[in-house]
Design a protein around this ligand. Sequence first.
Ligand code: NAI
Ligand code: MG
Length: 506
Amino acid sequence: MLTETFSEKSQSTLYTLLPKVQNFLKMPKKLFIGGKWVDAVSGKTFPTYDPATGEILAHVAEADKEDVDKAVKAAREAFEKGPWAKMTPSDRGKLIWKLADLIEENLEELAQIESLDNGKPMAVAKVADLPLSIDLFRYMAGWATKIEGNTIPFSLAKPETFVSYTIREPIGVVGQIIPWNFPLLMAAWKLGPALATGCTIVLKPAEQTPLSALWLGELIQQAGFPDGVVNILPGFGETAGAAIASHMDIDKVAFTGSTEVGKIIVKAAASNLKKVSLELGGKSPNIVFSDADLSTAIPGAASAIFFNHGQCCCAGSRLYVEKKVFDKVVEGVSEEAKKIRLGPGLDPATQMGPLVSQEQFDRVSSYIRSGISEGGRVITGGNRYGERGYFIQPTIFSGVHSDMKIVNEEIFGPVVCAMPFEGVDEIAPVANQTIYGLAAGIWTNDISKAHRLASKLKAGTVWINCYNVFDAALPFGGYKQSGWGREMGHAVLENYLETKSVCIQI
Ligand code: NAI
Ligand code: MG
């Protein structure tokens, strides 16, 4: 129980937790299956930690294969026979909208939960994670009534002899496996389109951050979704996650996480050839030209990497700066980095919290050591911050070259490699020199140059004179090893729909 596991120096003694958050933390954390809160079949639980202190926040029921089987049965039942299967698109849309309203009513509470479980500043959760989640559900609520097929003219038969049309149908039972960097928002990105299209869902939040998904489960119940439409199973990747990916009665798996695990998912999905969509890693180039407005490009480049502590799949982790302004931009980004206030997420003054876990702290620290040992120069940062929790200083490397590990691998922390380039002709191939293709940034006042370069970059999103800008209507996803399919926008609906051709002789 929370009260027993918090020490005197816990965040809850330093900052006031909202009453509903206090209650939630004290309640048992169960699995949400078939509209009921149940213990794991094994009876096992696992701890989730406050990354600002390393203390246990709560113990959560740990799903494994048997629980996944139970959840898939409930989801199958709800998909084939329940009220969900018969519901009008309009009523489905209303439920999704209601869920958005309930999240909005719980905004402050969910922001605290997100901050406690993930480490991010509560202020960030309030302006990014929560509003984006709410808007995503509202945007998807609108799609429920707009999923249409086509009428198709025939070429080899007389027009009056055949009529044919397509129907778009929900794909069925969907498994969704999400990461810990934006726990609630990733759940929204996945659940929104699956619900809009009429699928039923088995969702596995990341083991590092299960709490906001459990709160969301309560809101789903409160909104009035029929039992079994959404099932929520906290658990580990190798057990619950693997059981979802390989399950014979799941029709589609949607995954967000590492490219490494993405490949495991693809292999596991071969069991029944379930459809797969993947949103994976990145090593995104952020390109600053000398003709850019440096007063926005410099803070923009800093926020491109340091937002959410660099724990963004689209983080601008390779900063390419035109030679003429290289020193000035690097110095500017480094000044920005030094200004960032690190601290626990619930402190209103905090701008950057801890990394999510000991494992991520170790991983990012080892990348920093590798950068130094391969000859990179640390311009600023490079160390742990404080003595407790998983804090790492915002870090800038220069003096790096293209075959170094820190230039090629996703670090997923507040660490950027700054590299000079000569001019526009040289930069596209350099920027594309990566196995990833999730995002890219361009900073210039020359609009023609910006458009020309945007067309050459192999990336699912190109930001020009901005970075990390998202909208529920804007598709997001990766070229190359950054993924399959798109999240958000009209495009994401494709992940959750089958097309049926109906052909009639008349
Ligand atoms: P991960 O890819 O292992 O975890 C993401 C999700 O996949 C979690 O829910 C996890 O439980 C699940 N999972 C893990 N192994 C699985 C398996 N064998 N079968 C099915 N599901 C499985 O990522 P992790 O270990 O948390 O972070 C490692 C690195 O991955 C990070 O340093 C970062 O580079 C990258 N990453 C990328 C993310 C993105 O948004 N693209 C998000 C999280 C991590
Ligand atoms: Mg946690």
